[in-house]
Design a protein around this ligand. Structure first.
Ligand SMILES: [Zn+2]
Length: 286
């Protein structure tokens, strides 16, 4: 299943109760972006290579949905009503307005500034332009993800969703946690125990920690819209956000893979295999 805005790797019908998505690894720049900073700078918001890091696990029967358009163009990990009014022509939004507070750091549905605080546009966006981005990018991604999660839940009676991200090694001026804050190797986010069974979060934490990595939970990232929108632990729908520190697998300044890429890919493969084992105990057998 493919769409201009996302690609679904792995099986169309989930073969396991585990589903992955990578909402921030898209690199296809739409012609109507009309930003005043370079494409290289616009990749500032990208979770570089995250889809590639997880691609091998799709051979285990796990679907991986990956966004194709850049996060700075539209962030699927935001509510469609999370509009930054400072970016809108006229400063008012005529549709549902659901602010998350991220507009304060320029990172609402459509980014206004880069991590270093520079403005992305020399203009405000027209309302129709924003609606177009929502219709072309946000809605299809959400439909694609919710439908693959539903298919897994229908088939297995439970679904575990791992929402895959990466983070800069040190917070920028507009970064979470305050400028200059160094970050752990991995940060797990379950919105303080509300988006998945805390036992699953602890299982993933302990598995990663056993490989010698430093793992933080809900600090500074708790998880945002996707884990919130599609989780419902009492209904056996679990979503966990997993942030990987970019220093583990890439040269951040050059945006190139480093020697750490292949070993990290192996660590993630082993983690996902362990998760399948864990989840297997919770799956309804037909
Ligand atoms: Zn991300």
């Amino acid at each position: 299943m493919n769409h201009d805005n996302y690609q679904l790797y792995g099986p169309q019908t989930p073969q396991t109760a585990l589903v992955l998505d990578s909402p921030h690894s898209g690199t296809r720049f739409p012609a109507d972006f009309n930003a005043v900073v370079s494409e290289f700078d616009l990749r500032d918001g990208e979770d570089c290579f995250v889809d590639e890091l997880y691609r091998p696990v799709t051979e285990l029967g796990i679907p991986l949905l990956a966004a194709q358009t850049p996060r700075t163009y539209l962030d699927p990990n935001r509510h469609a009503g999370d509009i930054d009014l400072d970016l809108i022509d006229g400063g008012a939004w005529p549709h549902a307005y659901v602010p998350s507070g991220k507009a304060r750091i320029g990172k609402a549905l459509i980014w206004r500034t880069l991590d270093d605080g520079r403005a992305i546009y020399a203009r405000r966006l027209k309302i129709e332009e924003v609606i177009g981005r929502i219709e072309r990018c946000h809605a299809p991604y959400h439909q694609g993800l919710s439908s693959v999660l539903d298919r897994a839940h229908d088939r297995f009676g439970v679904v575990y969703h791992v929402n895959c991200h990466s983070m800069n090694s040190v917070a920028g001026k507009m970064g979470e946690g305050g400028e200059g804050s160094p970050r752990a190797d991995f940060v797990l986010g379950d919105r303080d125990g509300t988006t998945c069974d805390p036992a699953f979060t602890e299982f993933v934490r302990a598995t990663l920690a056993s490989t010698g990595h430093r793992v933080a939970v809900n600090d500074p990232y708790k998880g945002v819209e996707l884990v919130k929108a599609y989780s419902n632990p009492p209904a056996r729908r679990h979503s966990l956000q997993l942030e990987i520190n970019k220093r583990l697998y890439m040269n951040e300044a050059a945006r190139e893979r480093s020697a750490g890429f292949a070993p990290l890919q192996k660590t993630l493969y082993a983690l996902i295999e362990a998760c399948l084992d864990y989840i297997g105990k919770d799956v309804r057998r037909d």
